[in-house]
Design a binder for this molecule. Structure first.
Ligand code: 5RP
Length: 263
């Protein structure tokens, strides 16, 4: 018997399936959000019951607290050096396994951690699968300093890319702007649809004051979709996409390898 809602059943199904990919000795990136919380709890169970020896690099203070409570050894990304696997949720994903992330306001650390991992497994429910990205507002983390001018630049960039005027809202936490773990604010871009994620991502990240946008391109290796009946479905990145990503992300191409930063 379970008292989980159907939506939580789906999230748990995805999380449980993804944790099956974890092996003894792995260094793991631990995502943020409600689906990722199920993953951290399942991982904690495996640590306690199987004696699994893993270290986890959390992508937010929330996940760090949960991981510690679950008995998972938590280290920083720099202590870990490089990660075997990151498991994280998403707000949307498309056929190329491009993601929108940041609904929980943690996409900056999530992207840094996923990019420093050999593999990324995305855990989702069927509602996150879209034919075109953009219904979910795109989070963009910005410095608090000069936030108004950064927002004007973003509006100009969107217009220049042919998106026209798009509503941009500041993420709130109650009656105050939400502040990320890195001390920044988040602007949500109500795009409606994103026709060229790569061009948009590059253009946004070139604006002074933009710290990172929530598009994850060529980072995901596998999406696990959980269903309300407890079943799960796997969608792998197309071989070409995976190869392109691995070119920049495998251990062999670890940019820190030459200076011995990898553990
Ligand atoms: C946090 C994220 C989350 O992974 C994303 O918002 C999905 O969250 P949830 O699993 O609660 O739907 O990107 O920054």
């Amino acid at each position: 018997m379970t008292d989980l809602s159907p939506a939580d059943m789906a999230k748990k199904a995805a999380a449980d399936r993804a944790v099956e990919f974890v092996q003894d000795g792995m260094r793991l990136g631990l995502g943020t959000g409600s689906t990722a919380a199920f993953m951290v709890k399942r991982l904690g169970e495996r640590v306690r019951t199987e004696g699994l020896r893993v270290v986890g690099v959390p992508t937010s203070s929330r996940t760090a607290a949960l991981a510690r409570a679950e008995g998972i050894r938590v280290v920083t990304l720099d202590q870990a050096g490089w990660l075997d696997l990151t498991i994280d949720g998403a707000d949307e994903f498309d056929a190329d396994l491009t993601l929108i992330k940041g609904g929980g306001g943690a996409h900056l650390q999530e992207k840094v951690v996923a990019a420093a991992s050999d593999r990324m497994i995305v855990i989702t429910d069927p509602a996150k699968r879209v034919s075109q990205l953009g219904a979910f507002p795109l989070p963009v983390e910005v410095l608090q300093f000069g936030q108004g001018s950064t927002e004007k630049h973003i509006a100009r960039v969107l217009a220049g890319l042919g998106y026209g005027a798009r509503r941009i809202t500041i993420r709130m936490a109650g009656d105050q702007p939400f502040v990320s773990d890195e001390g920044n604010h988040i602007l949500d871009l109500h795009m409606g649809e994103i026709t060229d994620a790569r061009t948009l991502s590059v253009a946004l990240n070139q604006i002074p004051g933009v710290v990172e946008n929530g598009l994850f391109i060529n980072i995901s290796d596998l999406v696990v979709i959980g269903h309300t009946n407890g079943r799960s479905e796997l969608i792998e990145a197309a071989p070409g996409v995976e190869a392109a990503m691995r070119t920049v992300r495998t251990r062999e191409h670890d940019p820190f390898a030459d200076i011995g930063a990898e553990q």
